[in-house]
Structures are given as C-alpha cells and as structure tokens.
Design a protein around this ligand. Structure first.
Ligand code: GLN
Length: 486
C-alpha cells in the first residue's frame, strides 16, 4: 500500500479492500515509527486526521467518478494555512500560530475528499535550498540521513521518499518543489504562474510563488494538480481559464516531440555524475521518438542575481506584517513600541530571513532602486523573452534540475552564494512564470538520486506531464525507495 500510485489507492478504496480510516492509520503508524529520524513532519494530530478519514468513509465520495482522490491521505507543506492546525512556515515567528482558515489549495484538496496527515517541515518562510534554515531543525534526506533533502519543500520531499505520505503539496519560488524532488528521487511540478491560487499560502515573493504537487510519479502529479488548480477570486493573480484535465495526454506517444537543450545548462557548473545520468535520460527520450535540438537562453546566467534582488525585495515587504502586534511572536520584554517591533523581529526571525529583509530593503531604497530593483526587473523581462524565442524551436526544454546530488549538512551553509547557486537551473522559470518539473532519472555520486528537469511553455503542464509519464513507463527510477526504509 505504501508504494501504491494514486490510481491504485483509489481502486483499493473503491473496491473496499481498505477504508480511508485504515489507510490513514497505516501512514500515521509509519510516521510515528520513522519521522523521529527524519524530521519531515512538524505537526501531527492523529485525532484530526482520523476524524477526516472517517468523514471521507461516510461521505459517499470514496469510489465516486468525480472524486477519484477521496479517502487518500496527503500532507501539506507548513506554508499553507490549515484551519485548526498550527501553521508555522518553519519559523519561530509563527511557532504557535493556528490558522483561522484554510488556504485555497487546502480547501480544494479537502473538497476532493483527501485526508490531511499533518504539516511538513520547510526552510523558514521558504527561504533556502537545504532545509537547514527551519526553526524546527533540518529534515534528513531518507536516502542518506547525513545529507540534505533540498529545500525549501524538504519536508514534503522526505515524507514522500520515505513513504510517510503518498503525495504532498509544495511551493516553488525559485526551485523549492523541483530541487528537493530531484534530491530525494521524486516527481514534482511547479505550474505556470497563476494556475494555482496563492490564497492562504504564506507569501515569500508574491510574483514568483506558486504551489504545486509533489509525488512519486508524473501521473500522480497530474491527478493532484487537477484537484489543486483553478480560478480563485481571492488571489488577484489567479487566472480565470477553463478547467483542464492535466492527465489527458499522459498516454500519447512521444514521437515527434522536440526537446530543446539550452547550451547554457550543459556547460561548466554541472557535476560530471549528474551530467552522465541526464545524458542517459536524454538518450532514452530519443529512443522514445523525441528529437533534441540545441537552444540558447543567453541571459540565464543573470537569473540568480536578478532573483536575489527581486525575491528579497518582495519578501521584505511581505514580511513587514510580522511585527509582534497582530499575530505571531512577541518579545517578552521591551521598552517602547519601536523596541517591541525590533525585539520581536530580531528574536522571531532566523538569520537567512533577516539577510533577505536587509537585502530587500536596501535594493528598494530610494538611492538604489534604479541600480538594483529596476535593473533586475529588466533582466527578468529579457529572461522571459529568451524562453519565448527558444520555444519557437522546441516543445519542451530539458536539462538538469540541480547541479549536484544532495550535499552533506553544513556543506554550503557558511556561504550563502554557494547555497543560492543550488537553484541555478530552476530560478529562470519562476522569473518567466513558466511551468517546470523534475523527475528522477538515475543515481549519481554516493548513490544519490538525480533529477531531470522539464520546462514547458506557458500552460504546457499537460505536455510536460506526458513527456515525464512516457519516460516513467519505460524506466523504474520513480519506483525506487531507500532500502533501509522498506
Ligand atoms: N532556494 C531559493 C531561495 O532560497 C528558492 C526557494 C523557494 O523556491 N521557495 O529563495
């Protein structure tokens, strides 16, 4: 059961081979046993989970045509507001915050009949690539607990990799779904900006943040995305488009698919072990009937610097709401009002969050706005134009998700720039608003998983998922799991 796809779980539930309550119990027991060694979940509430499962069993939704996910458990990244559950965003600032409402995504998945197993650890306010910035301590990579799971959705990735949840939600501002998916051997998808509502998702960099599914396979991602996507008037950037079935093209063969390989992604910077595995995956795609063509993204080298101006600028504004007054942490001792603000923020935020607020405030300040923020916005425009040109010659773009396999704890935490470079291949898609995904394509150094990244054109999710699913039909990387956790 713990290895089953969503379709298999759905069929088992429909055939009454197992109830939603039994399925939730199976996962809760496994979490109880294995989570202490991984730190993937930071909030669990067995009674709440079981009440949801019992409600699903009694609802008549299980086995119904229009609710194929009913009765299936999942877990949420702790960035999503969940009514009645603690929602900490990985921060001391929200250590005791219980959300008074559900995020749109949480609401939609609950309406689909899914059962919440708990809340997943993450980098503080989604800032990080290794989960080492969480106030609740790092998440361990289930493939090797001396290594990071990636970030910021590291809890989501570790939970699925260890089979502590069949699927999970994640968010991706600069790579936080795709990079941890790659480092933990999973499939994860960041949709086109605006496809999934950000309502109730704690804001990091609003023009980049996007929620998406994390799962073992592309098929599971498609089914979960079907339930997550959709217009929401409460998010002003939510797109009003007709509903799509993201699983519709999964079974279409790949003959004739044109894969663009950006020459900038295949130069120096990618580790040799990652390169070998990615090359082998591309050879498999050619066997499946796809053709590869070189494309160029000339401004992609500017994506990390542009991102580290724009994302902190937006973060510094978004995080100004945490002032110790309305909700969240308040310093126990302070003098006047200003002292209360500064002590609450100094004690409530961790080092990386403070660094981003400082950078953001600086680049937005009167004397530096033109030199940094405005320039970064212009580069963002050029990056989007690069992709637009590239997609004239290809249907999808492929390359590595991460330049290396999962690194050891502490390897990059002393040097923020090294850490920021972990997202060198993922960040440009967020700047352009494009969809991107990662799927497992083999193992590199230290027997750690390697991810293949697929970038689609705007609203190209179904095509990317088709490309990933066809590959997963002829390979079994996505079914592998760490030996010691079987
Ligand atoms: N690692 C990047 C950062 O630290 C991206 C994070 C994310 O996508 N949330 O900002």
């Amino acid at each position: 059961m713990i290895n089953s796809s969503l379709r298999k779980l759905s069929a088992a539930l429909a055939a009454r081979k197992i109830s939603a309550t039994e399925l939730a119990t199976l996962f809760l027991d496994r979490i109880e046993k294995l989570n202490p060694g991984l730190n993937a979940y930071i909030t669990l509430d067995r009674a709440k989970t079981l009440a949801q499962a019992q409600a699903a069993d009694a609802s008549g939704k299980v086995g119904a045509q229009d609710t194929p996910l009913a009765g299936i458990p999942l877990a949420h990244k702790d960035i999503f507001c969940t009514k009645g559950w603690r929602t900490s965003c990985g921060s001391r600032m929200l250590e005791n915050f219980v959300a008074p409402y559900d995020a749109h995504v949480v609401e939609k998945l609950a309406a689909a009949g899914m059962v919440t197993l708990g809340k997943l650890n993450m980098d503080e306010f989604a800032m990080g690539s290794s989960n080492e910035s969480s106030y609740f301590g790092p998440v361990k990579n289930p493939w090797d607990t001396a290594r990071v799971p990636g970030g910021s959705s590291g809890g989501s990735a570790a939970a699925i990799a260890a089979r502590l949840a069949p699927v999970a939600t994640g968010t991706d501002t600069g790579g936080s779904i795709r990079q941890p998916a790659a480092l933990c051997g999973l499939t994860g998808l960041k949709p086109t900006y605006g496809v999934v509502s950000r309502y109730g998702m704690i804001a990091f960099a609003s023009s980049l943040d996007q929620a998406g599914p994390m799962a073992k396979s592309a098929e599971d991602c498609a089914l979960l995305l079907n339930a997550m996507a959709g217009f929401d008037p409460r998010d002003s950037t939510s797109l009003e488009r007709p509903a799509e079935d993201y699983a519709r093209d999964l079974e279409q063969p790949l003959a004739g698919l044109r894969i663009g390989l950006p020459k900038e992604f295949f130069g120096a910077g990618m580790d040799a072990d990652v390169r070998a595995v990615v090359d082998a995956a591309l050879a498999e795609y050619r066997r499946l009937g796809a053709t590869t063509v070189e494309v160029s993204l000339p401004n992609s080298g500017l994506s990390v610097p542009a991102y580290y101006v724009i994302a902190p600028a937006e973060a510094s504004s978004n995080l100004s709401r945490f002032d110790g007054v309305r909700y969240g942490y308040r310093a126990p001792e302070y003098g006047d009002l200003n002292d209360m603000y500064s002590k609450s923020r100094a004690q409530g935020f961790g080092a990386e969050v403070k660094r981003r607020i400082l950078i953001g405030t600086y680049v937005l300040s009167h004397g530096y706005y033109d030199a940094y923020y405005l320039k970064a916005q212009k580069i963002r425009r050029l990056i989007a134009a690069d992709f637009q040109r590239a997609f004239e010659n290809c249907d999808v773009i492929m390359g590595p998700t991460s330049p290396s396999v999962a690194f050891a704890f502490g390897a990059k935490s002393a040097d923020p720039v090294q850490m920021y470079l972990s997202d060198i291949y993922t960040i440009s898609t967020n700047l352009a608003g494009l969809p991107g995904m990662s799927l497992p394509c083999g193992f590199g150094a230290h027997d750690m998983p390697v991810g293949l990244q697929i970038i689609g054109s705007w609203f190209g999710e179904a095509k990317m998922l088709q490309a990933a699913h066809q590959y997963q039909k002829v390979t079994d990387w996505h079914t592998r799991m760490p030996e010691n956790l079987k």
